[in-house]
Design a protein around this ligand. Structure first.
Ligand code: AMP
Ligand code: GLY
Length: 429
């Protein structure tokens, strides 16, 4: 099998690493990839993730058997439909289904139709109407730009003024451009968050184990939101044995509604959950693997990832066993100082091979590039150092022991990845 992976982050490195383990996979291309992915012995192709015609042309020329887009952008641009039109199987939802991530208003409406628990909300295209709603409801309240905004389109406002300022920024100053032409104003939920992903083949949904991301930049969930500073699986707040029940609650009803409307969802569907005192509620859907959740999740997957992805595309997931190790995996993101704000690039990274040599450790590259025989940082998130362990505490120790081997000037990482889960497990004892 010849595979084309699309993307350039730690998630895509994990996808490539796992797909390479499949005896069926003979060749992997990655567009555009990064320094660490290239070192996996795959072929990097300098094509941008949003250049759909060029990606389709390349896939056709190279007789690709499966295209695997990592990020949301190509999916919302319709890469799956375009690949299919060219006769190339593509692991991911259609452009229609990708609106679950590409439009928060679309996702809210789909959840309403499917009866999925979520925050109460109202959708507005009119600034004055949105403003009146905020004044009527009061704080705390959540303001969301409808479209893709690189994870920056959500403001959890603690005061009415903060909410009104956010509305002005989104609708008047248009800081996210057209993504803010529509806004969703939403009830603020309290609780612990968890990531819940399912493989989907249009009709069947098979859960992956739960995971937990760490979105804030600094320890104790302080500082600005990032793409994610670390993740682990399973999340004790959602044990593996409860995954099937969770799929019945937040994934399967949605698949049914989409299929009935003629748009079967294929690929991976990710529900961002808030575990509230009244039960789990969906904060958002993503139509792809999370980054960094993908890294620990794929370290736990013992089944053949190429088989699982093909089963999603072909509609044979019900007959395809998915297996995971019961061990825990935990990843710590090493970032450039300043991220998610301005940060320096081009710092030399050393010690990765020492970290990789530790048992059960894999260093996934998020933003690196090779220059001669040196490896330099090229992004805000640079590495995701991931380790398996017998339990959460063991995985955490192993991951931080690996982080300690790595040297990067102006690098920083959170020291408390996994702490919430460890506290929860201690309380249970
Ligand atoms: P989203 O892109 O919708 O997941 O929002 C990003 C982050 O904003 C989530 O991970 C939550 O931390 C927070 N968030 C979103 N919606 C809500 C809500 N209704 N109540 C509280 N926090 C929220
Ligand atoms: N880690 C959250 C995301 O990928 O959206």
């Amino acid at each position: 099998m010849r595979i084309l992976v699309i993307g350039s982050g730690g998630r895509e490195h994990a996808l490539v690493w796992k797909l390479r383990q499949s005896p069926k996979v003979t060749r992997i291309y990655v567009a555009p990839g990064n320094g660490g992915i290239a070192a996996e012995g795959v072929t990097s192709v300098p094509l941008a993730v949003d250049d759909i015609p060029a990606l389709v042309r390349f896939a056709r020329e190279q007789r690709i058997d499966l295209a695997v887009p990592g990020p949301e952008l190509p999916l919302t641009l319709g890469i799956t439909d375009a690949m299919q039109d060219a006769g190339i199987p593509c692991f991911g939802p259609s452009r229609h289904c990708a609106q679950l991530e590409g439009s928060k208003a679309f996702a809210k409406e789909a959840m309403r139709k499917a009866g999925i628990p979520t925050a109460r909300s109202a959708t507005f295209t009119d600034y004055e109407a949105a403003r009146e709603n905020i004044l009527a409801v009061g704080a705390p309240i959540v303001i969301k730009a409808d479209g893709l905004a690189a994870g920056k389109g959500v403001v959890v406002a603690r005061s009415t003024q903060e909410a009104l300022d956010a509305l002005d920024e989104i609708m008047k100053s248009r800081v996210h451009g057209a993504a803010g032409d529509t806004v969703v104003v939403e009830e603020c939920l309290e609780g612990e968050e968890a990531s819940f992903l399912c493989f989907c083949d249009g009709a069947t949904a098979v859960p992956l184990p739960s995971a937990q991301d760490h979105k804030a930049a600094y320890d104790d969930d302080q500082g600005p939101n990032t793409g994610g500073m670390g993740a682990y699986s399973p999340a004790p707040i959602l044990p593996d044995e409860e995954a099937d029940h969770m799929a019945d609650l937040v994934i399967r009803p949605l698949l049914r509604v989409l299929a009935e409307e003629g748009h079967p969802f294929k690929g991976v569907l990710y529900a961002g959950l808030m575990m509230t005192p009244e039960g789990p509620k969906v904060l958002e859907y993503n139509v792809r693997f999370g980054d960094p959740e993908c890294q620990p999740l794929l370290m736990r997957l013992t089944a053949d990832l190429a088989d699982a992805m093909l089963a999603c595309v072909r509609g044979t997931l019900a007959e395809t066993p998915l297996t995971y190790t019961p061990r825990t995996a935990l990843g710590v993101v090493v970032a450039a100082e300043g991220y998610p704000g301005a940060y320096a690039k081009g710092m030399e990274i050393t010690g990765i091979s020492d970290a990789d040599a530790l048992p059960g450790v894999k260093v996934f590259h998020s933003g690196t590039r090779a220059e001669g025989d040196k490896l330099l940082s090229s992004g805000g998130r640079v590495l995701c150092v991931t380790a398996l362990g017998d339990d959460l505490d063991d995985a955490r120790k192993n991951a931080y022991a690996a982080v300690a081997k790595i040297c990067m000037p102006h690098g920083r990482f959170r020291h408390d990845i996994g702490r919430k889960g460890i506290l929860r497990l201690q309380k249970k004892k």
